[in-house]
Design a protein. Structure first.
Length: 439
């Protein structure tokens, strides 16, 4: 790890249903939640081994395996939308420009470097459906070679048509449609406003949704859609199915100066709305209908049952793991699928994987704020390659989001209302620029 971890715990100040004060003691570094008498609140402990995560940093670079469990193929970084908080905003101009025929060369070269069988193969843009010609070259061959692998794309849903739906069905591709519900205007046009596009989105759900969960509608939490249940209901109404599968992509992360000074910043009232909607969701059970909230809650409970140490935590995105590999059609290896290989995030090439050096990231254990954070087990470090103000604001958003999840899980498990947390909490600060005035 990145040094000696603090052993101090945090005091969770709560009230019970009668309004009486209750104090809990929580240590995120060894996943213990205790009452004031030192008794574990989660008693059905599991006996699990916890392999230590590798704490990569620019001075201690990570590496990549030739047998990835997840292979992320970046098709190109063009997009027909201009989201105000785009995760590729600072990287789209350094993405590798490839041709459709590069797909054939990529496939022909797989045996030179790819070992084993990926469990997941993801096709990324930009907007991946702008690269449908490349998908038609790549997917049939990869499906034939890896029949058991999960294939997936993330799309804004604006380019769907019958040919694409048939292709998705034929090759069993899981689809995540990025749509922010009532906050969609921060992304761009709303495909549900176009009758033809709305038809294809509903057709996608009708053919691929339901129990199989081959389609999800994903939204980013922003100040424009800070109410989780309202966003779920909005999407259900447009899809015309109250059982629509929804997921939270994330709370908005700050990847550019434009986003830093715009819609990625929340005010206290927005954070309060978000927290209340999440806590209410855990009380009434509707939060469990949102996959990300259900997953976070279960992971947190499991961390308590297994006494999971923080030393076992990789980054939340997983892209610091050696078995998670992002490549473009030229074989360049990148930090992640949202970065371009013509810039600083090119970390190597598939034909020389032993030389790959993931020196563009900082593991959470090297950040003081993460090492002194009560929601570390829920957050797992925000974006691993951000620094400065971009990281500070992203961290603040993640902190508020995960505090709400913690409060919701506590209410669900114990009936207690979390009022405050005290302890050695250290938050990253945005720099303050004071302009010099000419005298």
């Amino acid at each position: 790890m990145g040094g000696t971890l603090p052993s101090s715990s945090f005091i969770l100040q709560c009230t019970d249903r009668a309004g009486e004060e209750v104090r809990l003691i929580y240590s995120p570094h060894d996943s213990m939640l205790l009452d004031e008498k030192g008794r574990h609140l989660i008693t059905d402990a599991m006996s699990l081994e916890h392999p230590q995560a590798e704490a990569f940093a620019p001075t201690s670079p990570g590496w990549k395996s030739s047998a990835p469990t997840t292979l992320k193929i970046q098709l190109g970084m063009r997009c027909n939308y201009r989201c105000s908080y785009c995760s590729q905003a600072s990287e789209s101009n350094v993405g590798t420009i490839t041709r459709t025929v590069d797909s054939d060369e990529f496939l022909a070269g797989l045996d030179l470097w790819l070992k084993g069988t990926p469990e997941r193969i993801e096709f990324w843009g930009g907007e991946p459906l702008l690269y449908f010609a490349k998908l038609k070259r790549l997917v049939p061959t990869l499906r034939h070679r890896f029949p058991q692998a999960t294939f997936s794309i993330v799309t804004n849903g604006s380019l769907l048509r019958e040919e694409i739906l048939e292709f998705i069905e034929r090759f069993d591709i899981c689809v995540s449609v990025s749509h922010d519900g009532p906050g969609q205007h921060l992304r761009g046009p709303d495909p549900f406003d176009d009758p033809q596009q709305a038809h294809w989105l509903r057709e996608l759900w009708r053919r691929r949704g339901g129990a199989g969960r081959r389609v999800m509608f994903n939204f980013v939490l922003t100040p424009a859609n800070a109410d989780v249940e309202a966003t779920r209901s909005w999407l259900a109404e447009r899809v015309r199915d109250d059982h629509v599968a929804v997921d939270i992509e994330s709370i908005v992360t700050v990847f550019s100066e434009q986003a830093l000074n715009g819609h990625s910043c929340w005010n206290p009232r927005d954070y309060e709305r978000l927290a209340q909607s999440i806590i209410d969701g855990f009380v009434n059970g509707k939060a469990i209908q949102v996959r990300d909230l259900a997953r976070r809650a279960q992971d947190f409970v499991d961390s308590l049952r297994a006494r999971r140490p923080s030393s076992a935590l990789w980054q939340k995105c997983g892209m610091d793991r050696p078995d998670q590999l992002a490549v473009d059609l030229k074989g360049n290896v990148m930090t992640c699928q949202n970065t371009g290989a013509e810039g600083k995030h090119r970390i190597g090439h598939v034909l020389a994987l032993k030389d790959v050096a993931l020196d563009t990231v900082t593991h959470w254990s090297h950040r003081e704020s993460c090492r002194h954070c009560p929601v570390l087990q829920l957050c797992k470090g925000s974006c691993m390659y951000l620094h400065g103000d971009l990281f500070s604001q992203s961290c603040q958003n993640e902190y508020q989001f995960n505090l709400a999840v913690l409060a919701g899980v506590l209410r669900r498990l114990t009936g207690l209302t979390l009022r405050s947390i005290s302890g050695d909490i250290r938050r990253p600060q945005r720099r303050r620029v004071i302009p010099l005035l000419e005298v």
